[in-house]
Design a protein around this ligand. Structure first.
Ligand code: AMP
Length: 217
């Protein structure tokens, strides 16, 4: 299966991707995670990306497309993948289509995560991530047993630099302006499926199982 998880920041794409990845043995490709790793390692790419990320703006398309081209060529993508946070603009979607065509592959579906703005702000401002293993918590909805300590590995929890209220509002604005047009783009391609990200995750589990059943890879 080759899936795109499309939706605003805070809709739970990363959290759900972890479950789907484990169940179906897919590669989970989060462009945000790749960029944060580059920032941490202080690479040239990381230095370029940091200013955009801290302001809640999108990193330029050519940087992101080059990154994805390299990542999709890696071995763990052969069984399929979940793209989480990519594409985020129409030019990125067009570049992805060309890239997959050149690889003789196609997308299985694009799952659009729907959620109201208030819920997204609450989720993002309460989000905490483990500095060691990347596990995701939320101070209101999914707190760790011990404050600021990861249940899974005991690592310290941190708040992402861009999960602060002013940056969150900007990220949501950027989503509406630059990424939401992809909903129509993929609807026209006949690939779009919707998931109510404010409700229980069971319907996503059922949807992915249905897609897996039909997938002719
Ligand atoms: P995320 O973890 O997906 O919320 O991404 C965090 C930040 O990384 C975004 O606010 C952007 O600055 C940058 N980013 C991640 N994915 C992309 C993308 N596909 N295109 C442009 N910028 C991206």
């Amino acid at each position: 299966m080759r899936l795109i998880f499309l939706g605003p920041p805070g809709a739970g794409k990363g959290t759900q991707a972890v479950f789907v990845k484990k169940t179906y043995g897919l590669a989970h490709i989060s462009t945000g995670d790749i960029l944060r790793a580059q920032v941490k390692q202080e690479t040239e790419l990381g230095k370029t990306a940091k200013g955009y990320m801290d302001a809640g703006k999108l990193v330029p398309d050519d940087v992101i497309i080059g990154m994805i081209r390299e990542r999709l060529g890696e071995e763990d993508c052969a069984k399929g993948f979940i793209l989480d946070g990519f594409p985020r603009t129409v030019p990125q979607a067009v570049a992805l289509a060309e890239l997959l065509k050149s690889m003789g592959r196609h997308l299985t579906a694009v799952i659009c995560f729907d959620a109201a703005d208030d819920l997204l702000v609450e989720r993002l401002s309460g989000r905490r991530t483990c500095r060691n293993c990347g596990a995701i918590y939320n101070v209101s909805f999914h707190p760790p047993e011990k404050e600021n300590v990861c249940d899974a590995c005991g690592g310290p929890l941190m708040q992402r630099d861009d999960d602060r209220e002013d940056v969150i509002r900007n990220r949501l604005r950027v989503y509406k302006e630059q990424t939401a047009p992809l909903i129509e783009y993929y609807e026209r391609e006949g690939l779009l499926r919707r998931f109510d990200a404010g409700g229980a995750p069971d319907s996503l589990v059922a949807l992915v199982a249905e897609l897996a059943g039909k997938d002719d890879a």
